[in-house]
Write a protein that binds this ligand. Structure first.
Ligand SMILES: [Zn+2]
Length: 215
């Protein structure tokens, strides 16, 4: 995320009902490795670039993530699992449990999924998707496929950007598209070119105008 300042930063978020909460602690720029062989990250339309480091804010056009999220386009905060700490509310209402991401998103123990609202689905042999069993919010994706050792970042986790708290969400913005060739044309056009001012902008959720009575 090239626009992130060089200082350490914290991002927080969670599911709709708050049974699942997380904190992402992004280290200072000097502690974040440059990702070997990664394409450089553009920082403006003139073609200037910087070295690529985690986190990525990744618009994901793949059809699996579209369907799993229920939204036309998923967006991920991708970072090393070591940066993420979860707090999981107990089903019996008896407090919370703090757990590192590695124990939550890739291989949670049955004891943990029974005791908390952590839901878990293997969407393919090496892909793990987590969600809240109480409110249904999907919040992570991870893979057990080994990463190149040159990345030197350990296992990664994708956190759904839509689950960030508003104050955290305000501090991120996408820096890349993923699975571009697999995307849906109108979605790609909308996110890359905007709505050209054509779409109606309802200030609220109402779709009908209040009819003013004749005087
Ligand atoms: Zn929830």
């Amino acid at each position: 995320m090239a626009f992130l300042s060089s200082e350490p930063q914290t991002f927080t978020g969670g599911c709709l009902c708050s049974a699942i909460r997380y904190t992402i602690s992004v280290p200072a720029l000097s502690s974040r490795n440059v990702i070997d062989k990664a394409l450089p990250t553009p920082i403006n339309a003139r073609g200037d670039t910087v070295d690529t480091r985690f986190p990525f804010i990744f618009l994901d056009h793949c059809q699996d993530c579209r369907r799993a999220s229920g939204a036309p386009l998923q967006c991920w905060f991708i970072c090393p699992q070591a940066w993420v700490e979860f707090e999981l509310q107990h089903v019996n209402g008896d407090g919370t449990r703090s757990t590192n991401a590695s124990g939550v998103v890739s291989n949670p123990q049955k004891e943990l999924t029974d005791a908390t609202y952590l839901g878990y689905y293997n969407s393919s042999a090496d892909a793990h998707r987590c969600f809240c069993r109480r409110c249904g919010t999907p919040f992570s994706w991870s893979s057990t496929t080994p990463k190149p050792s040159s990345w030197n970042n350990g296992d990664l986790v994708d956190i759904a950007v839509g689950t960030l708290d508003q104050e955290s969400l305000d501090r991120v913005k996408p820096d890349r598209h993923g699975w571009w060739d697999h995307g849906t044309e109108w979605i790609k056009k909308l996110v890359s070119e905007g709505d050209q001012g054509v779409l109606i902008r309802h200030p609220h959720g109402r779709v009908s105008q209040q009819v003013q009575p004749d005087k």
